[in-house]
Design a protein around this ligand. Structure first.
Ligand SMILES: [Ca+2]
Ligand SMILES: [Ca+2]
Length: 255
């Protein structure tokens, strides 16, 4: 047997048998107690396809929470300015994440701002639990979104007080996605895409008659199961490697 072919066979056996199925539970916690933002978070000012970026944000840590007190206008005319903190997940199958959030609109109804708790796969927004105040003349509302069901839950325009605090939960068990607010399930769907990013987005609509007082994060707790690639998939990868070696070997002989 020629050396290249022999190496290919060895590679096939090795890759086929050593499936790096690092299955297990990964915890994702952040008490937001400061004094700095946990470096596990990536901060970006993109628009993610909606509204515009922002030019920066102002926040501080106090009383065991991250307080966002300003989101700078990104320069766009009449559009939302956005800030996102996010962290990558290894391909997550079952998971449970709970985010304790708060908001304050000290000036009254004029605040126009949003706080989203979101989960993404590589190309899609999979699920979102949100606080949103989109109008100058009213207070905010809750809503949820998921890739399968869309906006399944909306608490109604002006349904929330000027200040409040609640827990947003995004969980999945055996493909059954469950979205909860304050411990009560408000939406669910069958959603099996692996989740790869957890994001928290802050938005503000800057204009002459809007204000932004405060959005806060008190605590994030959660965990997820890493999705292992089936061992058959790894055996397949090994087989592809072997075929590649054989093809190269044949080409060399034909030349
Ligand atoms: Ca805290
Ligand atoms: Ca408002």
């Amino acid at each position: 047997m020629k050396l290249a072919l022999l190496l290919g066979v060895i590679a096939f056996l090795l890759i086929g048998s050593v499936a790096p199925a690092v299955a297990g539970t990964v915890t994702v916690n952040d008490p937001f107690d400061g004094p700095n933002l946990d470096p596990a978070w990536t901060v970006d000012f993109d628009s993610w396809g909606w509204g515009g970026p922002s030019a920066g944000w102002t926040y501080h840590f106090a009383d065991g929470a991250l307080h966002v007190t300003d989101i700078a206008d990104g320069g766009g005319v009449d559009q939302w300015s956005s800030v996102r903190i996010s962290r990558t997940l290894q391909e997550a199958g079952d998971f449970s994440f709970a985010l304790d959030v708060g908001w304050l609109s000290a000036e009254g109804d004029s605040d126009v701002k949003s706080l989203y708790f979101s989960l993404y796969d590589t190309g899609n927004l999979l699920a979102r639990v949100a606080y949103g105040d989109a109008w100058v003349g009213t207070t905010g509302q809750y809503f949820t979104y998921d890739l399968v069901g869309g906006i399944q839950y909306d608490s109604g325009l002006g349904s929330l007080p000027h200040s409040g605090r609640d827990t947003f939960e995004i969980a999945r068990t055996s493909g059954n996605l469950s979205l909860k607010i304050g411990g009560a399930e408000v939406a669910s769907s069958l959603l099996e895409n692996p989740a790869v990013r957890l994001g928290i987005e802050f938005k503000y609509y800057p204009s002459a008659n809007t204000t932004f007082d405060e959005l806060a994060l008190y605590d994030l707790e959660g965990s997820y199961e890493v999705v292992p690639l089936p061992s058959a998939a790894w055996a397949g990868l090994g087989l592809l490697g072997l075929l590649g070696v054989v093809r190269r070997y044949r080409r060399r002989r034909a030349a």
